[in-house]
Every structure is written in C-alpha cells, then in structure tokens.
Design a protein around this ligand. Structure first.
Ligand SMILES: [Cu+2]
Ligand SMILES: [Zn+2]
Length: 176
C-alpha cells in the first residue's frame, strides 16, 4: 500500500512538471492603481497551451475594493497615463459589440466582472483562441492595456458596459 501511494505521488509530481513544461509563460501584466502606480493591485500571467490557445491567470489583491466587483477589459493602447485614459477604448479586433465573455458577441478583451473577497483577493482564469502573441496578427495582445474599473460591467451598455472609473491599469508585455 505504501509503495502504491509513493508511486502515485511520483506520478503526481511528474504530471505537474509536465504541465509546467507545456504551459509556457509568454506574457504578463502588472496591474497598479491609476492614482498611484507604485501600488500593485494584481497580476495577469499569460501561458501558451499545447493546443495553441492562450490562458490568462489573473490574480487581484486590491484591499481598497474588498467585497466589491471590479470590471476588467483589455483596452487598445499600452499607456496607463492620465488615469488610464491613454489606453483609449476597449480593444476590439473582431469589430463586435461589447458583451459578456463567452456570449454571442463580445470584445476579445471583455474579461468582465471579478468579485473580490473581504480581503480584496480574487483569481480568474480564461482560456481562448482569440489571442496571440504574433507580430502583425490582429489578435496580438502584446502592448495592449488592461483596465480595472471600479464599477460593475452591465455587459450591455455600448461600448463600455458602463463599468465605472478606471481605478487600475497595466500593460501586457512579452515574457522572453
Ligand atoms: Cu474597460
Ligand atoms: Zn468591451
């Protein structure tokens, strides 16, 4: 029995390292407060999967917004200046309407609402074929902004979801 458990454990470790090898980190963004960019409120890490899709793991640690929603979108430009306004509007390479992720129509960076717990913590993973890191590809996410809004995305108001002020921002950068 002990031997069996041991080999199970070894198999588990092998599985974990196999995953780590396949899921290559290709990009990341550090999210900071727009009012004070020395204050980090979260990170987004992007991994290329063996099937060519990209997974984003986002982790928020935003105590000032504990027990509330924040709305997260990719915006056009990777410039967090002027309280995040320099990122301009939602990144929309497929010319769709704003909407809920996974619905009939949505912008390719409409991550949507993330509910923060009583410490301001939350994690979310999204896997998609709507993104790439290839130069010249309209799906290329490198250099895009990520905006964290201090309100709730209603998923219907165009083109923004009426998501509230831009309280956080980051830029998607390639990881070499
Ligand atoms: Cu937005
Ligand atoms: Zn949108």
């Amino acid at each position: 029995m002990k031997k069996y458990l041991l080999s199970l454990a070894i198999a588990g470790v092998a599985l974990i390292s196999a995953c780590a090898k396949t899921d290559k980190e290709i990009a990341q963004a550090t999210l900071t407060e727009t009012a004070d960019n020395t204050k980090t409120i979260g990170t987004a890490k992007f991994y290329e999967l063996s099937d060519g899709k990209i997974r984003m793991d986002i982790e928020m640690n935003f105590a000032a917004r504990a027990d509330s929603n924040v709305a997260v979108h990719f915006h056009e430009h990777g410039d967090c200046g002027n309280m995040g306004e320099n990122t301009h509007g939602h990144w929309n390479p497929t010319k769709e309407a704003h909407g809920k992720w996974g619905s009939a129509a949505y912008h390719s960076g409409d991550i949507g609402n993330i509910m923060l717990d009583n410490k301001g913590h939350a994690t979310l993973s999204v896997t998609t074929d709507r993104w790439s890191i290839k130069d010249g590809d309209i799906k290329n996410i490198i250099g895009r902004g990520i905006i964290v809004h201090g309100g709730t995305d209603d998923y219907t108001t165009q083109p923004t979801g009426n998501s509230g002020p831009r309280v956080g921002c980051g830029v998607i950068e390639a990881v070499k």
